[in-house]
Design a protein around this ligand. Structure first.
Ligand code: NAI
Length: 326
């Protein structure tokens, strides 16, 4: 049998964890021929709940699931990890300032980055889902000096999928007919979903929708979708977030083909995004790594919105620097 791939999931007992683990164990992350060993990393208070999820995973009798370990220290959790999905994070509580939020998450993602540096497998790939995802990814990356910087990503694939679905509904086209949408910037309300290079059944999307719809409807709907789901469901997006994490890693490892997707990856300075910021770009994957799609024309409508989101990211980076978190 092929050697199992070790997949660490933090926050495994949470709601995204509950939606994610079964998808991974069933083979949807790495394909039907790749066995996986799950490493569930939780805080001690949530280990019992993680044990319950592990019992259910056992009860699915997934042929590809080679084992489950439940761990409560980063050192043990990332030992030998090939893929790490960092889902567990400190949510913003009432009255919490941005600095407090960043500091609380620095206390999680700094030590996790160090443990990844010291104990993960040499091919480790890290996807940060827990918010503020881009800056948490930056913190983890900065604590892992021996890991290539591009192995740290943050997730904007849920935003990408939300944008696909909105454009499909507006144009009455199946999502499978839409290509080359982009989410730029931060996974936050400032993100910019860009349709100017997208095609809908082979036609430029910009011929099918106007700027007023983009500015007043599409962009705010995509950017505020998380809040709308909390309002309707009484809980934040979980299955769709887990689905996006599966999409992201599957494409990262397996490749995208000619159409592109969106992922927050370390900037190389492309499109005026300061080098090093973990910002969402149009990306393709081949041979196990992402490449930023080059040469796209950025119009004034897009430029202002990309710049605003990137400025927010730079502000978060400066804040975590000032706090001594990176
Ligand atoms: P949840 O509260 O249901 O679960 C979080 C879990 O993380 C809990 O079981 C908690 O015990 C665990 N946890 C906390 N600190 C930990 C640590 N230091 N190590 C290991 N585990 C730890 O939250 P949910 O709904 O699963 O969401 C998780 C995160 O994902 C949140 O930060 C949320 O904002 C974010 N999110 C990101 C999205 C994206 O598109 N990037 C979309 C949706 C959610």
């Amino acid at each position: 049998m092929t050697t199992p791939v070790n997949v660490t999931v933090t926050g495994a007992a949470g709601q995204i964890g509950y939606a994610l683990l079964f998808r991974i164990a069933s083979g949807q992350l790495l394909g039907p021929d790749v066995p996986v060993r799950l490493r569930l990393l939780e805080i001690p208070q949530a280990v019992k709940a993680a044990e319950g999820t592990a019992m259910e995973l056992d009860d699915c009798a997934f042929p590809l699931l080679a084992g489950i370990d439940i761990l409560d220290t980063p050192r043990a959790g990332f030992d030998g990890a090939n893929i790490a999905l960092l889902v567990g994070a400190r949510p913003r509580s009432a009255g919490m300032e941005r600095g407090d939020l960043l500091e609380a998450n620095g206390g999680i993602f700094g030590p996790q980055g160090k443990a990844i540096n010291d104990h993960a497998a040499s091919d480790i790939r890290v996807l940060v889902v827990g918010n503020p995802a881009n800056t948490n990814a930056l913190i983890a990356q900065q604590h892992a000096p021996d890991v290539p910087v591009d192995r740290f990503n943050a997730m904007t694939r849920l935003d990408h999928n939300r944008a696909l679905s909105q454009l499909a509904q507006k144009t009455g086209t199946p999502v499978s007919q839409i290509e080359n949408l982009t989410i730029w910037g931060n996974h936050s309300a400032t993100q910019y979903p860009d349709v100017f290079h997208a095609t809908v059944a082979g036609r430029p999307a910009s011929e099918l929708v106007d700027e007023a719809w983009l500015a007043e409807d599409f962009i705010p709907t995509v950017a505020k979708r998380g809040a709308a789901i909390i309002d309707a469901r009484g809980a934040s997006s979980a299955a769709s977030a887990a689905n996006a994490a599966v999409d992201h890693v599957r494409d990262w490892v397996g490749g995208t083909g000619s159409s592109w997707t969106s992922a927050a990856i370390p900037s190389d300075g492309s499109y005026g995004v300061p080098e090093g910021l973990i910002s969402s770009f149009p990306v393709r994957s081949a041979n196990g790594g992402w490449e930023i799609v080059q040469g796209l024309e950025v119009n004034d409508f897009s430029r202002a919105r990309i710049d605003a989101s990137v400025e927010e990211l730079a502000g978060e980076r400066d804040a975590v620097r000032e706090l001594g978190l990176i």
